[in-house]
Write a protein that binds this ligand. Structure first.
Ligand code: GDP
Length: 298
């Protein structure tokens, strides 16, 4: 995902670290190149601009040019700033608030973003890694195939799904999921809402109605990381209309440019909690800013 950006930045920093002494102009030139590299990676303009300014201010404040290893110091400042832009002050992005069983998790997102796959991946993770009893329910009454898909994935990973009752509406399904989760002693129940190709009134109205009856502890938005700044726009919209507590970026195994990951928190204020790295059920990782910053810097 970050190959191009990483290559560009290594080029800039190789030059910088090979040079012994640095002038302020050398740092400025390097940061101009960093800015271009960020924009090419589809990072939003204000985020790229603020990023470069923050690095510039820190480099000046720490009198980098007068230090013994100025190039390395700039790289360290960039690394820390990357971490900050990726996660803000959130130290533990993979953490979910799911105490007080049964805790509802609402999954929202556009059709094709990977929502159903991610619901199952996360259910597997919660049951395997955290020992939680999880119940999944599909609320996508417009697409019976999507409801079937969740049931199939549930069987495959050994996680229970709420039996499908024909003709039931999403709010009724959410209520039944809650009831079954309570009676069945589940720790968590996950509501996989309907997706559509675009955000429209019906989608929002339905998700909001479900949110109001379920009162979710977490509302996770699933967005396709390959769509760059669009992913960030989608997140802003969902957050405004429904309110989200975290983002899952899918297709981070693909050859997108990485801009969505870099702009998401700064633009929406919402943490990326997990990343999808493939179609398989175990291809979900917690979003670790330190590791990702390291990967970007190569
Ligand atoms: P939904 O319409 O949002 O529920 O999307 P689905 O969960 O049905 O996923 C659509 C397609 O994307 C499926 O073929 C998934 O296997 C695939 N997919 C989901 N997440 C990822 C991911 O992280 N990486 C890759 N490469 N494919 C993914």
């Amino acid at each position: 995902m970050f190959e191009n950006l990483s290559e560009r930045l290594s080029g800039v920093f190789d030059k910088l670290t090979k040079q012994g002494a640095l002038s302020e102009d050398d740092v400025k030139t390097a940061l101009r190149e960093v800015r271009v590299a960020l924009l090419e990676a589809d990072v939003s303009l204000p985020v790229a601009r603020d990023f470069v300014k923050a690095v510039q201010d820190k480099a000046t404040g720490q009198q980098v040019t007068k230090s013994v290893t100025p190039g390395q110091q700039v790289v360290k400042i960039v690394h820390d700033e990357l971490k900050h832009v990726l996660a803000g002050d959130n130290e533990d992005p993979g953490e979910l608030k799911i105490d007080n069983p049964p805790a509802p998790i609402l999954m929202v997102g556009l059709q094709g973003s990977g929502k159903t796959t991610t619901t199952a991946k996360l259910a597997l993770r919660l049951s395997q890694k955290s020992g939680k009893r999880v119940l999944m329910a599909s609320l996508d009454t417009n697409r019976p195939a999507a409801m079937e898909q969740l049931a199939i994935l549930g069987k495959q990973i050994g996680v229970d799904t709420l039996p499908i009752v024909k003709g039931e509406d999403p709010v009724a399904i959410a209520k039944r999921a809650k009831q079954q989760a309570t009676l069945g002693g589940y720790d968590v129940y996950m509501l996989d809402t309907a997706g559509r190709l675009h955000i429209d009134e019906e989608l929002i109205a339905q998700a909001a109605a479900v949110r109001d009856v379920a009162n979710p502890r977490e509302t996770l938005l699933v967005v396709d990381g390959l769509t760059g700044q669009d992913a960030v726009n989608v997140a802003e919209n969902f957050d405004r209309e429904i309110g989200v507590t975290g983002v899952v970026l899918t297709r981070m195994d693909g050859d997108g440019r990485g801009g969505a990951a870099l702009s998401m928190r700064a633009v929406t204020g919402k943490p990326i909690k997990f990343v999808g790295l493939g179609e398989k059920m175990d291809a979900l990782e917690t979003f670790e800013p330190d590791r990702i910053a390291g990967r970007i810097l190569g």
